[in-house]
Design a protein around this ligand. Sequence first.
Ligand SMILES: Cc1ncc(COP(=O)(O)O)c(C=O)c1O
Length: 420
Amino acid sequence: MTGTRARFPGGGRDWADLQAEMRARSAGDVDWRRGRTPLFVFFNDEETYEIGREAYFEFFSENALGRKRAFFGIGSMEREVLDFGLDLFSAPEGAEGVFSCGGSESIFLALKAARDARRAEKGIAPGEGRMNVVMPITAHPAFDKAAAAMDLELRRGGLRADRRADPAALRPLIDERTIAIVGSAPCFPHGVIDPIEELSALALEAGVWLHVDACVGGWLAPFFTRIGRSTPAFDFRFPGVRSISADLHKFGFCPKPASTVFYRDAEDLARASFVADAWPNGRFETATLVGTRPGGAVAGAWAVLNHLGESGFRRTAERLAAMVDGYVAGIRAIPGLELWAEPDLTIINYGSRELDIFRVAEAMGANGWLAGLTREPKGLHAMMSMLHEPVREEFLAQLAEAVETVRAAGTGVSGLQATY
Ligand SMILES: Cc1ncc(COP(=O)(O)O)c(C=O)c1O
């Protein structure tokens, strides 16, 4: 045994002691409350945060796995959250949804349904050769994870000049063994929504499933559109869209872990489901990858969605849009910086043709700002929520200073690597 492995605790420590140590351990964390992290945490306002938290702890012990046999309150709240999503995404009669523990799980489930649908359609038995998924290079690594687990080949296509998926680049990658094509709303790297209408037409023409990964934008983007922004639509109104993943724990402002996945057809939900029937305890069926799920996450989502509702999300969209415009204008005003894409929502990606932007990231890091990075194109990246509004001027001033410092220092390349 190495000397660094922690020994199993002797026990007996009380809460005050434990809490003090936990706080001490996180004292050096990046200060998310002061807008220092451009990813991982999402925030609307204190009231929404507290409602999510209270609701979560009200159902802290309940297990959403038992929603049909024991925890009927959680079951009814989950049903409503799914109905809210079906409504928001203009799902047709017969569509269905599932509450999952995160975007990666939602994506896994959608791909499982798509794979089994393709197998059924083409008469391909399990193990009879590899199947594939066609997607833009910007699709999230959750697709890589699902593909690795299900032995699928990923075929990646390039982007248009506006950094959205290029349907013409995806088209030649599709064949008989393609289970799905993918578009994002928005993609994480550049914050733009792929041309879902065109991808839908391509999916129909090629006879393949289109999955829209709206994990980031799903629960918020429709309200950007409704307040008159140019944010494009991405949902079931496009007939080729067969499934949508949308995370509640991102821009739904709900407590983690909470995501949703919707299927145009309830038959596809059955395809995504797992059934085991050889067990001494009898038939076991879940439409999720995980078994036990936190009841608190369902309760938190139900409470937050009911608290915000249409009016709250519209107000949030107004505030976030104004904030993003403020950041964009501020970045554009700094000589040497430019936006790599026009943001559709709240993700901004920018860089420089004059200096090494990763050196700017290092300078910002030294001041406590965790930098999100992209490597192609080399850039800074931020997924912003209302935590970032109070610090906007401070951030932009320090960014301008960092750019000037790097410029004054002359040439030189940072050793930073873009890692998520
Ligand atoms: C576009 C996109 N899809 C999927 C995911 C995966 O979500 P999760 O981290 O909840 O598994 C993310 C996470 O950031 C994402 O940005």
